[in-house]
Design a protein around this ligand. Structure first.
Ligand code: CTP
Ligand code: MG
Length: 218
């Protein structure tokens, strides 16, 4: 079974405000480089979708294609650009991806064909009424969806093409697999897999990178 890692990295990083997010550096390494180097040892090929008019930064060993106007379009292009049987899709914006998580996802996708990493919520949840406390939402059984998300490429392609034909937009590939009728297996993620979205997240990432990179050396 051939496995490819697909990295949507074609976003413009509007909320962060430092240009395309994949090229933003955290402790001397771009977000893209961090995701590519985490995934490369575990898969047969790494394929990246980049913003139009950009190229892979030096030292990032992957195959690059031009992404689309939305994450969903970028992922569809990546799915069409690989011949792998199984694919693991990971946001470039989540730079702290451990080998243990990658191994757990690969093991699960070989068994079930449809998987996402997700993290059980820890905070109390409420539905606000305007600026006021509304009603509590029962937290038991609620998970925050992360990436990697993985699946059989034929299932993902069919699910993406169906969504495109129906004008359905989604932020998650596993959500499209579920929508297409597949049972999606949840693999427990970790807090470190947060998505770098805002300037505050970048500060957190800088702090975590110091510990993460030191651990990688031992
Ligand atoms: N992405 C992509 N193609 C797009 C939009 C997003 O490949 N047209 C990728 C981003 O590069 C990122 C992931 O999808 O790795 C998650 O998207 P997000 O965190 O929203 O990143 P951006 O779209 O770059 O950020 P923003 O929404 O703040 O502009
Ligand atoms: Mg976005």
């Amino acid at each position: 079974m051939k496995v490819a890692a697909l990295i949507p990295a074609a976003g413009s990083g509007q909320r962060l405000g430092h240009g395309p997010k994949a090229f933003v550096q955290v402790a001397g390494k771009s977000l893209l480089e961090r995701s590519v180097s985490a995934l490369a040892p575990h898969v047969h090929e790494v394929l990246v979708a980049l913003p139009d008019g950009t190229t892979l930064p030096e030292g990032v060993r992957a195959r690059a294609i031009v992404g689309g106007a939305t994450r969903q379009e970028s992922v569809l292009r990546l799915l069409e650009a690989t011949g792998a049987d199984l694919v693991l899709i990971h946001d470039a914006a989540r730079p702290f991806l451990s080998a243990a998580t990658i191994r757990a996802v690969l093991e699960a996708v070989q068994l079930t064909g449809a998987v996402t990493v997700a993290h059980p919520l820890a905070d109390t949840l409420l539905r606000a009424e305007g600026p006021l406390w509304g009603n509590l939402v029962e937290r038991a059984g609620l998970w925050a969806v992360q990436t990697p998300q993985a699946g059989r490429r034929d299932w993902l392609l069919a699910a993406h093409r169906e969504a495109q034909a129906e004008g359905h937009s989604a932020t998650d590939d596993a959500g499209l697999l579920h929508r297409a009728g597949h049972a999606v297996r949840l693999v427990p993620g970790e807090a470190a897999l947060f998505k770098v979205t805002t300037p505050g997240d970048l500060l957190l990432a800088e702090a975590l990178a110091a510990v993460w990179d030191a651990q990688a050396l031992v």
